[in-house]
Write a protein that binds this ligand. Structure first.
Ligand SMILES: *Cc1c(COP(=O)(O)O)cnc(C)c1O
Length: 431
C-alpha cells in the first residue's frame, strides 16, 4: 500500500505540532510506523490522503456507533449550524438531550454537559469531594479517566499504595490523594479503606476499555458498592467509553449495581465534542449554581454538539436492538480471528461487550492491567501492521478497545477474518 502522502504530511506537521498529533496515541508510537492522514470517512470505511480505503475498527475511538457520515446525524448538525454556532445561553436542545440521558440511565436523575470526557470526570471528582467533604479518591491501575492531574497516576505501579504522578508537570502534592487499587481485586480496595478514612469516591470503568477490553466481574462490582456504602464513599462509573456502546442503559443494567455518579462522553456527542456527568439528585444539587461546587464551560452544551448527540441517542432509542446485533457481529469477528490465530499456533484471548471488542495475544485470561501488560506487544505490532497493509484499520495500541458500527457489515467482518488468516500465516512464516 502506498502511503507516501501520509508520510510526507507527518514529517511536515512535526515542525508545527508536538509529535505531529493533538492526542498522543494517534502517533502510532507503540506499533512503530507513521500515522495515516485521513481525508474522509464513509460508513464503515476510512480513506487516507493517498486514496487508500480501510475498514475502520477505531470509529474515532468510540463515538461513531452509526459509522461515518450517518445521514440523520449529519442533517441534524447542518440544521443546527444554520441557527448559529454558539450562544452561551440555554437552548432547548440541552433539555432534550438531558431528558434522553436520564431516560437511558436509571442512576441518573440530573445531568450536566461539558465538552470532553476528561472534563466530565474531573468535574465529577470535584463534586464527589464537595458532597462528601473528603479528599481522597480510589482509582484502578489500568483505568483511564482522562488527562486531569489527580487521575494521571502511574498505571502499573504497586496496588493500594498512594499514587505517584505518571507525567512530569503533575506535582506529587496533586496526586497524594489518589489511591491505587487493582482491577477485579476487592482486597486491594479494602486496603485503601483501611489506609484512609477520608475517601470521597471510588472511580472505575465498569467495563474497562483502556487496558484493552477488560470487563469487571459482576461480583467485584457488587462488593465495591457494598464497600462504598459501608464507608460513606460515592461510587462513580466512568462510562465515557462504554456508555451507549456496551449497552444502552449503562453497565448498571448489566450487573445490577447502581453507581452514585456516571460520566459519559464519546457516543453521547455523536462525533462532536460532548461529555456529561450525572447521578443522584441530592449529589447533583451540590453543583453550582444550585450548590457550592463550581463547574463551568463557555462552550458547554453547545447547540451544534447537542444536536449531534440528540440525533445519535434518539436513533439508538428508536433501534434498541442495535447493540445486540452489533454484539453478534463483534463476536463473529473475534472468534473468527481467534480461530485464524489458532491455526498458526497463536493463542488469542478475546472479549466482546456490545459493539466493543478486545483481544490480547496472551496464553492467560486477562483480568487486570498486569495481565494485559504481559501480552505479546511485538506480535500485536506485527498484526497491526499486517492488517493495515491489507486495508483494515485497528487501534494502534494493544491497550485499546476495538469498535464496530452499524455500518460495519457482515461482509466486512468476513473480509477481516480472511485477511487475518493471511496476516497470521505471514507472521508465522516470518515474513
Ligand atoms: C476517552 C475516555 C476518557 C476521556 O475522554 P476525552 O473525551 O478523551 O477527554 C475518560 N474516561 C474514559 C473511560 C475514556 O474512555
Amino acid at each position: 500500500m502506498n502511503t507516501e502522502a501520509s508520510k510526507k504530511a507527518f514529517s511536515e506537521v512535526q515542525n508545527f505540532i508536538p509529535g505531529g498529533v493533538n492526542s498522543p496515541v494517534r502517533a502510532f508510537k507503540s506499533v512503530g510506523g507513521t500515522p495515516l492522514f485521513i481525508a474522509e470517512g464513509e460508513g464503515g470505511y476510512l480513506k487516507d490522503i493517498d486514496g487508500n480505503k480501510y475498514v475502520d475498527f477505531v470509529q474515532s475511538w468510540g463515538p461513531l456507533i452509526f459509522g461515518h457520515r450517518d445521514e440523520t446525524i449529519e442533517q441534524a448538525v447542518i440544521d443546527a449550524v444554520k441557527h448559529g454556532l454558539s450562544f452561551g445561553a440555554p437552548t432547548l436542545a440541552e433539555t432534550e438531550l438531558a431528558k434522553l440521558v436520564i431516560e437511558f440511565f436509571d442512576s441518573v436523575e440530573k445531568v450536566r454537559f461539558v465538552s470532553s470526557g476528561t472534563e466530565a470526570v474531573m468535574s465529577t471528582i470535584r463534586l464527589a469531594r464537595g458532597f462528601t467533604g473528603r479528599d481522597d479518591i480510589v482509582k484502578f491501575t489500568g483505568c483511564y479517566h482522562g488527562h486531569s492531574d489527580a487521575l494521571l497516576v502511574e498505571a502499573g505501579s504497586g496496588a493500594a499504595t498512594f499514587g505517584s504522578p505518571s507525567s512530569p508537570g503533575v506535582p506529587a502534592d496533586f496526586t497524594k490523594h489518589t489511591l491505587l487499587a487493582e482491577y477485579n481485586n476487592i482486597e486491594s480496595v479494602k486496603k485503601c479503606f483501611v489506609d484512609s478514612k477520608d475517601i470521597a469516591c471510588v472511580i472505575i470503568e465498569p467495563i474497562a476499555g483502556n487496558m484493552g477490553l477488560v470487563p469487571a466481574d459482576k461480583e467485584f462490582l457488587h462488593q465495591l458498592r457494598e464497600l462504598c456504602d459501608e464507608n460513606g464513599a460515592l461510587l462513580i462509573f466512568d462510562e465515557v467509553m462504554s456508555g451507549f456502546r456496551a449497552t444502552l442503559n449503562g453497565a448498571e443494567s448489566l450487573v445490577g449495581v447502581k453507581p452514585d455518579l456516571v460520566t459519559l462522553g464519546k457516543v453521547i456527542g455523536g462525533g462532536m465534542p460532548v461529555g456529561a456527568f450525572g447521578g443522584r439528585r441530592e449529589v447533583m444539587a451540590k453543583l453550582s449554581p444550585e450548590g457550592p461546587v463550581y463547574q463551568a464551560g463557555t462552550l458547554s452544551g453547545n447547540p451544534v454538539a447537542m444536536a449531534a448527540g440528540y440525533a445519535a441517542l434518539s436513533k439508538l432509542k428508536q433501534n434498541p436492538r442495535v447493540i445486540a446485533v452489533l454484539e453478534e457481529r463483534a463476536k463473529t469477528l473475534v472468534s473468527g480471528m481467534q480461530a485464524a490465530a489458532k491455526e498458526q499456533g497463536i493463542t488469542m484471548q478475546t472479549d466482546v461487550r456490545g459493539s466493543m471488542f478486545g483481544f490480547f495475544f496472551n496464553d492467560k485470561e486477562v483480568k487486570n492491567f498486569n495481565n494485559a501488560a504481559s501480552s505479546d506487544a511485538e506480535l500485536f505490532a506485527k498484526f497491526h501492521a499486517g492488517m493495515l497493509d491489507e486495508g483494515f484499520y485497528f487501534a494502534c495500541s494493544l491497550y485499546e478497545t476495538g469498535f464496530i458500527s452499524t455500518a460495519t457489515t457482515d461482509e466486512m467482518v468476513q473480509e477481516t477474518i480472511e485477511a487475518s488468516k493471511r496476516v497470521f500465516k505471514a507472521i508465522k512464516d516470518g515474513k
